[in-house]
Design a protein around this ligand. Structure first.
Ligand SMILES: Nc1ncnc2c1ncn2[C@@H]1O[C@H](COP(=O)(O)OP(=O)(O)OP(=O)(O)O)[C@@H](O)[C@H]1O
Ligand SMILES: [Mg+2]
Length: 395
C-alpha cells in the first residue's frame, strides 16, 4: 500500500496512529513507503485537510476512551476511512469501533497481506467521494462467480448453527447431482465431522498448508464424502490449536476456490465475530442467522444484526432462522420479529429427534425424514433447489 505519490488520481494519504513505537513502526513498515505516522489520534486529526485518507489505528487506540473520541473525527469525514488493529477482538471492542465509524477491525498481530487488503477496500470507499462506503459485495447479492455461498451464523452459542448447516447441506446434496460442499469454519470446536460420522483424512488445515496451489482439482481431493448423501465436507482442524494458523485471507481463498468446485457451499461458523467470520459475512451470498427462542438469544442476535447493518451487509442477504420456534416459552414469533425488525422466514420446531439424531451421527433429514423438523429443513432447502417431484407435498 503506498501513499499519495504513487497514486495520483485521486490522491490518497495513508497514516498509522499508535502510541507504542515498535508497534507503530511495524504497522508503518507493513503499509509501505510514504506512510504518515502519529503517536496520538489528536495529532492525526489536527492535520486532516480534506484529502482522502486511510488510517490504520494500532492496538493502543482500542481502549474505550480512544474509541469514543474517534466518532467525532470520523463520522463527519467520509473521506477518512479507518482500520483498527486490536489486540483483543472482543465483541465490545468490535462494536464500539464500528459505531465510531471504523470500517474494519483486524486482530493483532496482523499479517501484511491481510492489512493491505483491508486498507485497499477502505481506500476504495474513501476514494469515491460522495459515497460513504460502497458495498464490497454488489447489492444484487452476487459477490462472486460460481457456486453460491451460504453462511450459517449466530451470535449465540448453541443456537443450532451446526444442526442447520448439516441438515441443509445434506438435504441439498440429496436433491442434486451437482456438488454441494459443507465447510466447518468453527475452527476451534467444529463438530460437523462428528455430526456426520466422518473420519476425515484431510481438514481445512491441509487447504491452508497448500494455500498457493488451491486449484479445483486439489480442493476436490481434500473434501471428504458423506456417503449417504454425497455431500462433500471440508472439516475443521482436528486440534483447536491449529485454528491460530488460519487467517481471514486463507478463509477467503478457500471459499473462493470452492466456488469453482461446488454449486452450493454451506459454511458453519463459531458464535462470535472475528476477522474470519467478518470475511465470511462479506464474501457470502447469503447469511442464515440462527436464533433460539429465549431472551439472551434474541438480545445477542439483535446485536449481531446491528453489527452486520453497520458493516453495510445488505439486508437482502440476511435470512433469519428461528430455531425451536414452537417452544412454549412465552415468546411469540411476531414479538421476536418486531424486536429484531426482520421477518423469520424460516421457523424450525423443537424436536426430540434432533438430539437423538445427533447421537446417531445421522442428520434428521435422513434419520427421521417424516418428522416436523426434517420437513422444515426440506422447506428451507426448497429456497435453493426445488424438491424433486413426488416430494412436493410432504411439507
Ligand atoms: N430444533 C431443535 N430441536 C431440539 N434440539 C435442538 C434443535 N436445534 C438444536 N438442538 C440441540 O441444541 C444443541 C446445539 O445445537 P448445535 O450444535 O447445532 O448449536 P450450535 O449453534 O452449532 O452450537 P455451537 O455454538 O456450540 O457451535 C444440540 O445438542 C441439538 O441437539
Ligand atoms: Mg456448532
Amino acid at each position: 500500500m503506498s501513499a499519495s505519490s504513487s497514486n495520483p488520481t485521486p490522491p490518497l494519504h495513508v497514516a498509522v496512529v499508535e502510541s507504542e513505537p515498535s508497534a507503530r513502526a511495524r504497522l508503518a513498515m507493513q503499509l509501505g513507503s510514504g506512510v504518515l505516522d502519529f503517536e496520538h489520534f489528536d495529532d492525526f486529526a489536527a492535520q486532516l485537510s480534506g484529502i482522502p485518507t486511510v488510517v490504520v489505528l494500532g492496538p493502543s487506540c482500542a481502549d474505550p476512551y480512544n474509541l469514543s473520541t474517534l466518532a467525532a473525527v470520523l463520522q463527519p469525514r467520509p473521506e477518512v476511512g479507518a482500520v483498527l488493529v486490536a489486540e483483543e477482538l472482543s465483541t465490545d471492542v468490535f462494536q464500539q469501533a464500528i459505531r465510531s465509524g471504523v470500517k474494519d477491525v483486524l486482530a493483532a498481530p496482523v499479517d501484511t497481506a491481510q492489512l493491505q487488503e483491508a486498507c485497499r477496500r477502505v481506500a476504495e470507499s474513501v476514494g469515491s467521494l460522495g459515497r460513504t462506503l460502497p458495498p464490497i459485495i454488489g447489492d444484487d447479492g452476487d459477490p462472486g462467480e460460481g457456486g453460491r455461498v451460504i453462511t450459517v451464523f449466530s451470535t449465540k452459542g448453541g443456537a443450532g448453527k451446526s444442526v442447520v448447516a448439516t441438515n441443509l447441506a445434506v438435504a441439498l446434496a440429496m436433491r442434486t447431482t451437482e456438488t454441494v460442499a459443507l465447510v466447518d469454519c468453527d475452527l476451534q470446536f467444529g463438530d460437523v465431522a462428528v455430526m456426520l460420522k466422518l473420519a476425515p483424512q484431510h481438514t481445512i488445515v491441509d487447504a491452508v498448508n497448500s494455500i498457493d496451489r488451491l486449484d479445483s482439482g486439489f480442493l476436490t481431493n481434500l473434501l471428504v464424502t458423506h456417503p449417504p448423501s454425497g455431500l462433500k465436507v471440508l472439516p475443521a482442524p482436528l486440534e483447536p490449536a491449529f485454528a491460530d494458523q488460519i487467517t481471514a485471507e486463507h478463509i477467503r481463498s478457500i471459499i473462493a476456490g470452492l466456488r469453482s468446485v461446488a454449486k452450493y457451499i454451506i459454511v458453519d461458523t463459531p458464535s462470535y465475530f472475528d476477522d474470519k467470520v467478518l470475511t465470511l459475512i462479506e464474501d457470502s451470498d447469503e447469511i442464515l442467522l440462527v436464533a433460539g427462542m429465549d431472551i439472551p438469544n434474541i438480545k445477542n442476535v439483535k446485536i449481531g444484526l446491528q453489527t452486520m447493518r453497520m458493516l453495510d451487509t445488505p439486508t437482502s442477504k440476511i435470512h433469519l432462522v428461528l430455531n425451536r420456534a414452537n417452544t412454549k416459552v412465552r415468546l411469540d414469533v411476531s414479538e421476536v420479529e418486531r424486536t429484531l425488525q426482520i421477518k423469520a422466514e424460516t421457523q424450525l420446531p423443537s424436536d426430540i429427534v434432533v438430539p437423538q439424531s445427533i447421537n446417531k451421527s445421522t442428520p434428521v433429514v435422513i434419520d427421521a425424514p417424516r418428522s416436523s423438523i426434517a420437513k422444515a429443513f426440506e422447506t428451507l432447502a426448497d429456497r435453493y433447489i426445488p424438491a424433486p417431484s413426488g416430494k412436493k407435498g410432504r411439507r
